[in-house]
Design a protein around this ligand. Structure first.
Ligand SMILES: [Ca+2]
Ligand SMILES: [Ca+2]
Ligand SMILES: [Ca+2]
Ligand SMILES: [Ca+2]
Length: 318
């Protein structure tokens, strides 16, 4: 599933199990310029639904799933210039909530009613830095309450806001990144049960990796070179050694890269990243077993050429 900015729609391609996706279904995103989406069950019927952020008008669309790969028409939630989007239960009521970064100076919080509806939290916004592009949710201090981080593109910073468990967040800390922080991902990179943070710095061409201590405090990051105009990272075990690896898209050089992880939270390796050519201006990248052989494959959304690149693991791990 992916967004199609130019046609104000999202597309669903169901896999055939052999790595091919011949059929496409498209749905109106309910607004203008859909940029991010996330899957979750918003009405607690055990069928996955989708939330989509429309950057240039219309707010956030919620498309309830029918459970067979098809979706109902979008119901809209008012939100100005949503860019990043994350879903999770931030108030602990068992119903999925939605957070969006507004690309100005805040993250907007919407509390789900468990029936597919969402309303603004009180307070409705979390102040962050200048031009927050992306955000991510995770329990950074191991208190069972979801916390949020947002990349502030203009400030070269990352905002960390710890959740209070009731849909509100405390102003806690701001971390320095390199120039042009855009994508962000939360994962436990070194398997110490404490969540870590990877920030993609588009302008600087690298990633800042912050290892967490489980209290919500992060020290100075390590820097990992990515390439030209990196946009997004994904973490998965690509070579099946039990250690997480890091995959990234370079929008200005039309390739993706894979760094093998050492399990300690660093990805330099002996040989650096392995690069694979994809379509023009790749943004999104994600991994999954697309052909049922047990290996993680990659799918890349090429925004410039309006294509998806599918890289099967036989190619990735040779
Ligand atoms: Ca559902
Ligand atoms: Ca909730
Ligand atoms: Ca927490
Ligand atoms: Ca960790």
């Amino acid at each position: 599933m992916y967004t199609q900015r130019g046609t104000n729609s999202i597309a669903v391609r169901l896999g055939m199990g052999d790595g091919t996706f011949p059929n496409v279904a498209t749905y109106a995103s309910g607004g203008t310029t859909p940029v991010e989406l996330a899957l979750a069950d918003f009405n607690n019927d055990n069928k996955l639904d989708v939330a989509v952020a429309n950057l240039n008008g219309g707010g956030v669309g919620i498309l309830l799933g029918n459970g067979n790969g098809t979706f109902q028409a979008a119901k809209m939630i008012a939100a100005a210039t949503p860019h990043g989007l994350a879903v999770g239960d931030v108030n602990g009521d068992g119903k999925m909530d939605v957070l969006v970064s507004n690309q100005v100076s805040a993250v907007n919080v919407f509390i789900g009613d468990g029936a597919g509806g969402l309303t603004a939290a009180n307070p409705a916004t979390i102040p962050v830095g200048s031009v927050p592009y992306d955000l991510a949710l995770g329990d950074l201090n191991n208190d069972g309450k979801l916390d949020v981080v947002a990349t502030n593109f203009n400030d070269k910073t990352l905002s960390i806001r710890l959740g209070n468990g009731n849909g509100t967040f405390s102003n806690t800390s701001t971390l320095n990144t390199n120039a042009g922080p855009i994508g962000v991902l939360i994962s436990d990179l070194n398997a110490d049960k404490n969540l870590d943070i990877v920030v993609v710095n588009q302008t600087a061409g690298n990633a800042s990796i912050f290892l967490g201590d489980g209290t919500g405090v992060f020290g100075n990051p390590s820097t990992l070179n990515l390439g030209s105009g990196p946009r997004q990272v994904w973490v998965a075990d690509m070579n099946r050694d039990g250690l997480l690896d890091l995959t990234f898209s370079n929008s200005s050089s039309s390739n993706v890269g894979v760094y093998l992880g050492n399990g300690q939270g660093s990805f330099t390796g002996a040989t650096g990243a392995t690069l694979f050519g994809v379509g023009s201006t790749p943004f999104g990248v994600t991994a999954g077993d697309l052909n049922g052989d047990g290996n993680r494959d990659l799918v890349v959304a090429d925004s410039g050429s309006s294509t998806l690149s599918v890289l099967l693991a036989t190619e990735l791990c040779k």
